[in-house]
Design a protein around this ligand. Structure first.
Ligand code: OGA
Ligand code: NI
Length: 350
């Protein structure tokens, strides 16, 4: 018998007191992780060394990005320029954040996905019918000065560590967007230019140990709404990517980031680059932390396939051009689902 729903707002405030997950976390049989059928990543997710991105071998790295974005939609990067100390600090401060007493964490609680700093649980607690074994802190972090006064002040180094990390990752994202623009045969500033004033959000995902990980998800299969996502994970496995009809575990490599193509990149590239399904599973033994940086257009930006990638003969526009805010509203009006949010943005074929 599954335990019934609890009155706690966050999973981390009841996980250690249950031996069965509450019934509202239990997935139907056909929608469970089947963990024994998941493949181990081995070398199937490309690992790209960015060391030479600004040297004479730039063209090689750009070519590796083209292959990774078109065939996998996911890749790992090393020598990415974000200092190890910056990464250590953000992992430490986020672990400290989630280890604080309930009263400190729930101060920031909100079920409203439009809030620019908030703690919540599951994915979209107002829309999820089955809940997910995840708590999170999500915040906007560009421009930093517009949001930093909303961020938590406890632990005391939280704002400083987060500002340093967000700044470092943004510089990395801008380098990646230039190289990815070139990999599509576009001017190197093409992608950056159409993102308007740009937007950057971070999530601090906290996945407590789970007594029945076969019955539930940390996050169910989904595609990211971003241009690109840059994920930092701790040393506990949990991320899985859907590749060739199988779920593949992306096991952590210290000091690397995992980058994935998001829905906006799929639109800009006119389907050359694919936003790929991925999910997070939980385990009985260890808590897990992951820190995705979500890079977006600003809400006033207008997104559409790059004109250079469209021609009358063999490459019609797959998507219409749309105000990003239209996509954004659609994304947050739903629960996390494997169905792509992009179907509503297809170009009409008549
Ligand atoms: C996400 C996500 C994966 C992870 O937050 O969108 O896919 O490993 N996270 O936490
Ligand atoms: Ni994701």
């Amino acid at each position: 018998m599954a335990t019934s729903a609890t009155s706690k707002l966050l999973v981390s405030d009841f996980d250690s007191s249950v031996s069965h997950i509450p019934s509202n976390y239990v997935r139907p049989i056909l929608d469970r992780p089947n963990l024994s059928e998941v493949e181990s990543s081995g070398d199937s997710i490309p690992l790209i060394d960015l060391w030479e991105l600004h040297g004479p071998n730039r063209i090689d790295i750009v070519q590796q990005l083209a292959i990774a974005c078109s065939t996998y939609g996911f890749f790992q990067i090393k020598n990415h320029g974000v200092p190890d100390t910056t990464i250590d600090k953000i992992l430490t401060v986020s672990r400290e954040f989630f280890h604080q007493p309930e009263s400190e964490r729930v101060k920031h609680y909100s079920a409203d996905p439009t809030k620019t700093t908030r703690v919540s649980t599951s994915f979209n607690i107002g829309a999820d019918k089955i809940l997910n074994w995840r708590d999170f802190l999500r915040l906007h972090c560009f421009p930093i000065e517009d949001f930093i006064e909303e961020w938590p002040t406890s632990p005391s180094s939280f704002r400083e560590a987060t500002a340093e990390y967000a700044t470092g990752v943004r510089a990395l994202v801008l380098r990646l967007l230039e190289a990815i623009s070139e990999s599509l045969g576009l001017e190197s500033d093409h992608i950056s230019n159409i993102l308007g004033k740009h937007a950057q959000h971070m999530a601090f995902n906290y996945y407590p140990p789970c007594p029945e990980p076969e019955l539930t998800y940390g996050l169910p299969g989904h595609k990211d709404p971003t241009v690109i996502t840059v994920l930092l994970q701790d040393q506990v496995s949990g991320l899985q990517v859907f590749k060739d009809d199988k779920w593949v575990a992306v096991n952590p490599i210290p000091n690397t980031f995992i980058v994935n193509v998001g829905d906006q990149m799929q639109v800009i590239s006119n389907d050359k680059y694919k936003s790929v399904l991925h999910r997070a599973v939980v385990n009985t033994e260890n808590e897990r932390l992951s820190i995705p940086t979500f890079y977006f257009p600003s809400t006033d930006a207008v997104i559409g396939p790059a004109h250079e990638l469209i021609n009358e003969q063999d490459s019609l526009a797959v998507y219409r051009t749309f105000p990003f805010v239209e996509y954004w509203d659609k994304f947050w009006n739903r629960s996390l689902a494997t169905a792509s949010c992009l179907d509503a943005f297809k170009a009409s074929t008549t």
